[in-house]
Design a binder for this molecule. Structure first.
Ligand code: AMP
Length: 356
């Protein structure tokens, strides 16, 4: 396995808070970071790195210069176009690779991939028009959720369909005519697992955590999830099976439903650090961001033990105005992302609190 030693330059595609926290972890281990993104230097990640290329994903000259400047590349946004990643990979290692992105960017591909491995998901159909949607609702039943196949996040591009709903206009409502209809899972809880995998196949997962969403956006993550050892082992097995089968180098974060009869179903996966892994910054032996750096640079993976049970709460929109009282609270750990405009629904920071 190639080792990329401290002092080298890590390239990050994307400039949001995940890139910011990865860059800070890289700096702690003595790496430099060069971020490539369409956003300006004043982005969440741009603010904390010395090298920044502001260019579009189609700008091959800028991509080639970026590839020349860095020693390895990772990404903080799974929707980076695969053509850009394939182009970069001709010059330098990009982890995770385009093969992983092409699965993770498409909800139909991701669920089909899981099913092929014998891993359960909600029942689903790819639908592109009203006729297919009508047929899919008849086969899957209602309630169900219609989601855009690509680019959906934080509950955007989703519509719950209930019995008796008029399906006309459903595609307009989600803003896409490439969609997936998913059966509604009456889950007991939502959990996720962040797994790290290296080029030599070594793999290590954080314990499953429990996630609560509000309006489709993650609100809290509770560590550890209140699940039986069997369910926890199954969740880790699933995340590791997918990461291994996709040959992920870096991180794979898998969101899952636990059903009332104890089955674990995959909902979504992202080949990058995950919001539900932010607790690791303060309450795990190694943070998910440092683990990503270790994985892509061929360093030994760090231990993944929980230092103390905790709850991570996202600061969304004007929740961030609570920063002063959070700072005054014993034990609370505040992280702000340097974003100026606290729009509703925008992730501005998070706070992690020990629960014992
Ligand atoms: P997603 O963007 O797919 O992660 O969906 C956002 C949130 O919507 C999930 O975390 C769940 O709370 C809910 N959700 C998504 N898909 C389903 C489903 N098939 N059944 C029930 N709830 C769902």
């Amino acid at each position: 396995m190639t080792v990329i030693p401290p002092g080298s330059i890590i390239g990050i595609l994307g400039a949001g808070q995940l890139g910011r926290m990865t860059a800070l972890a890289a700096a702690r281990l003595g790496y430099k970071v060069h971020v490539f993104a369409p956003e300006s230097m004043d982005s969440s990640c741009g603010q904390v790195v010395a090298h920044h290329t502001q260019a579009g994903w189609h700008d091959l000259r800028a991509l080639a210069r970026f590839a020349d400047d860095v020693d390895v590349i990772t990404l903080e946004w799974e929707n980076v176009p695969t053509y850009a990643v394939e182009f970069l990979a001709r010059h330098i290692g990009v982890h995770p690779g385009a093969n992983v992105l092409s699965v993770a960017q498409d909800r139909v591909a991701e669920k089909s991939f899981a099913n092929k491995l014998g891993i359960g998901t909600a029942p689903f159909r790819a639908v592109r028009n009203l006729e297919q949607l009508t047929q899919a609702t008849a086969e899957i039943g209602l309630p169900a959720i219609l989601k855009s196949t690509r680019m959906g996040y934080d509950g955007k591009g989703q519509l719950r369909l209930n019995p008796g709903d008029d399906l006309t206009g459903a595609f307009d409502a989600i803003g896409s005519d490439e969609a997936i209809l998913e059966g509604f899972v009456d889950f007991e809880r939502e959990i996720s697992v962040v797994t790290a995998r290296q080029a030599d196949g070594s793999i290590l997962s954080y314990p499953p955590v429990e996630n609560r969403h509000k309006s489709g956006i993650l609100e809290t993550t509770t560590v550890p999830a209140a699940i039986s050892p069997d369910v926890a082992a199954e969740a880790v097995r699933i995340a590791e099976a997918i990461a291994s089968e996709l040959h992920v180098v870096g991180l794979l974060s898998v969101e899952m439903f636990v059903t009332r009869d104890g089955r674990v179903l995959v909902n979504e996966m992202a080949p990058r650090p995950h919001n539900s892994g932010h607790w690791t910054l303060d309450f795990a032996e190694t943070s998910q961001f440092e683990q990503l750096v270790r994985a892509i640079c061929g360093l030994p993976l760090g231990p993944v033990g929980v230092i103390a049970p905790c709850v991570m709460t996202n600061l969304i929109g004007d929740d961030v105005d609570q920063w002063q009282s959070i700072l005054a609270e014993p034990g609370a750990r505040l992280h702000l992302y340097g974003k100026g405009d606290a729009r509703p629904g925008r992730k501005m920071g998070h706070v992690t609190r020990p629960t014992v």
